[in-house]
Ligand binder design. Structure first.
Ligand SMILES: Nc1ncnc2c1ncn2[C@@H]1O[C@H](COP(=O)(O)OP(=O)(O)OP(=O)(O)O)[C@@H](O)[C@H]1O
Ligand SMILES: [Mg+2]
Length: 147
């Protein structure tokens, strides 16, 4: 869970690429544009299909999407429960100023008001526990990636 520019894909890139599901990738496959929000519903369907396929095989899977909406997180918990697989949340508790600086310094810059809107949706650890995430890791406590 984390706003655009908070470092989700950077962390995910440390794991095998086949483990990682990412809506940006599927929007690009659907619409030739990873930012085209009109492609999001189909991208979510693709993500759900792959998530089910992998969880059915008991494969570790990283959902590298913002996951800042309660409904999106509930959907992930439901899929994991269906396949009786454990879940771990990684909360990108990155201050807004850091997120804005990281966002500004990359190729695909997300508009500032969108970053702020998403950042405001960041849940607390307590909120995630209440929703049913037994384990929550804070990105701020993880080792920073080697440049
Ligand atoms: N721990 C870090 N320290 C410094 N820079 C970082 C760190 N994590 C990520 N960055 C940089 O921040 C920028 C945004 O990171 P990244 O693309 O991983 O964000 P994201 O959460 O996947 O965003 P989006 O939701 O838009 O895909 C990148 O340029 C990345 O190199
Ligand atoms: Mg990303």
């Amino acid at each position: 869970m984390g706003s655009p520019g908070s470092g989700k894909s950077t962390l995910a890139a440390r794991y095998p690429s086949t483990w990682c599901l990412n809506l940006d990738t599927y929007r690009a496959l659907v619409a030739d544009d990873e930012t085209d929000q009109s492609a999001t519903p189909v991208a979510v369907q693709i993500q759900d299909l792959l998530l089910d396929a992998r969880l059915a095989r008991g494969l570790t899977t990283i959902v590298d999407s913002t996951n800042l909406r309660v409904a999106a997180r509930a959907g992930l918990l439901a899929r994991a429960a269906h396949w009786e697989r454990p879940v771990v949340a990684v909360l990108f508790d990155v201050p807004l100023a850091t997120v804005e600086a990281q966002n500004a310094g990359r190729d695909r810059v997300v508009r500032t008001h969108i970053v702020r809107k998403f950042h405001r949706l960041l849940p607390t650890v307590g909120q995630l526990h209440d929703e049913g995430w037994p384990t929550v890791h804070l990105a701020s406590t993880l080792t920073r990636p080697t440049p």
